[in-house]
Design a protein around this ligand. Structure first.
Ligand SMILES: Nc1ncnc2c1ncn2[C@@H]1O[C@H](COP(=O)(O)OP(=O)(O)O)[C@@H](O)[C@H]1O
Ligand SMILES: N[C@@H](CCC(=O)OP(=O)(O)O)C(=O)O
Length: 381
């Protein structure tokens, strides 16, 4: 029996809409198609499913608005087109979503934003706050400022990084093909659709081959690699044809459409592994017995009031260890405040934060969503 499709039961999804799909074969952005995806996401929101859109199309829309028929080669011309086109792209999403009674937000990100610890945490907090307010974020790469070092280059990678960032359950990549085939279907008419596969299987990259259409930059290879990256935080990926009627609603009901690339490791375990593997400890705090109980038993955040000691020279967004007074490491998590600030805040109530350091980033020193408990693991049989 085949495994179920990953959208079934998902509570938070990232939907990436590719250039070749959103731009209606180069004729500018397809507003009718966008309105339809927005309608579908609005229907999912009624069922309590949170969604974020990663949408391409700024360059194509900018070219149309500027009357350019061929894609320029110069980076500055592309960046100028993206700046013009992003206005149109945002307008279309905003108009479609407002007509459905939904608020939207534009978020433009670069690679540098997500590889810097502090900006990573800021982007994460902003996106989660938007979702908590039932706002649908529409994300694109910040093309105007990118150079080779800070470029994602394709929105598949951006979609995967956003999936990791906000720990989405599932990444949906909508494109101009019915999914991943065992060879490029444009070149090989007998190519067969892959319905289920394991994300990260090296065989998939071989099938995906080289770059895609002249409009998009990624091709299928970046989609397969995006699925592998999304699986790093425990999210599975679906690659499907974006013009399939009601595709998002049907996927959410569990229908098998396109290709499902399954994550091997469940979400929570993947996050723990990510924290353990990717992040160097930059400091530690010792907490009192009340805070230790709240963390281990109550699934609570770590508030400054429960902190007794602060060691190390960490910055906002760094990983720090949380120890009890006997020196046992209870948990690890991302600090919302730098070490110098944490020293001023320790033992104090959250409502005093502004008076002590002049601003409030968050009421917690470490939010429970950014925390991995080590003691539960040790206590497990
Ligand atoms: N194994 C494959 N299965 C499906 N499509 C493939 C495969 N290998 C290459 N492709 C190409 O990838 C293209 C999709 O990539 P791209 O044009 O970058 O899409 P998008 O703009 O949606 O990101 C398809 O149109 C197809 O020609
Ligand atoms: N940021 C660019 C899109 C980058 C891109 O082409 O992405 P993709 O849809 O993955 O091929 C734009 O909005 O035009």
């Amino acid at each position: 029996m085949s495994p179920s499709f990953p959208l079934l039961g998902a509570r938070r999804i990232v939907v990436k809409i590719g250039s070749s799909l959103v731009t209606d074969e180069g004729r500018g952005v397809d507003a009718v198609a966008i309105a339809d995806w927005c309608r579908q996401l609005s229907a999912l929101a009624e069922d309590g499913i949170e969604a974020l859109i990663v949408s391409s199309g700024a360059i194509a829309e900018g070219m149309k608005r500027l009357g350019w028929r061929t894609r320029p080669k110069e980076v500055h011309a592309l960046q100028a087109a993206a700046a013009v086109g992003q206005m149109g792209l945002a307008q279309i999403y905003e108009t479609s979503l407002r007509a459905l009674g939904r608020a939207s937000a534009q978020v433009l990100l670069t690679h540098a934003d997500l590889s810097d610890r502090e900006r990573y945490l800021n982007a994460r907090s902003t996106l989660l706050t938007l979702l908590a307010h039932r706002v649908l974020p529409v994300i694109n790469e910040n093309d105007t400022v990118v150079n080779d070092e800070i470029k994602f280059g394709d929105n598949d990678t951006l979609g995967a990084l956003v999936t990791n960032l906000i720990e989405a359950d599932c990444l949906v990549i909508l494109t101009d093909q019915r999914g991943l085939y065992n060879a490029d279907p444009r070149k090989n008419p007998t190519a067969e659709l892959i319905t289920h596969a394991q994300a990260g299987d090296p065989e998939l990259a071989r099938m995906a081959g080289g770059a895609g259409s002249s409009l998009g930059r990624g091709g299928m290879l970046t989609k397969v690699l995006a699925a592998e990256r999304a699986a790093g935080s425990g999210a599975s990926t679906v690659i499907a044809y974006g013009r399939e009627p009601n595709v998002l609603v049907r996927l959410a009901r569990g229908e098998a459409i396109g290709s499902a690339l399954h994550a091997a490791v469940p979400k929570l375990a993947a996050r723990k592994r990510w924290m353990a593997d990717h992040l160097q400890l930059k400091g530690r705090v010792v907490v009192d017995a009340g805070a230790a109980r709240a963390l281990l038993g109550g699934g609570c955040s770590l508030l400054p009031v429960g902190v007794r000691e602060v060691a190390g020279d960490f910055h906002r967004g760094d990983v720090i260890a949380i120890l009890d007074t006997a020196g046992i490491e209870l948990a690890r998590g991302l600090a919302n405040y730098a070490a110098a600030e944490a020293r001023l805040l320790m033992g104090r109530a959250s409502q005093d934060i502004e008076g002590l350091i002049g601003y409030v980033a968050e009421p917690e020193l470490i939010h429970r969503d950014n925390l991995v408990l080590l003691q539960t693991e040790m206590a497990a049989p």
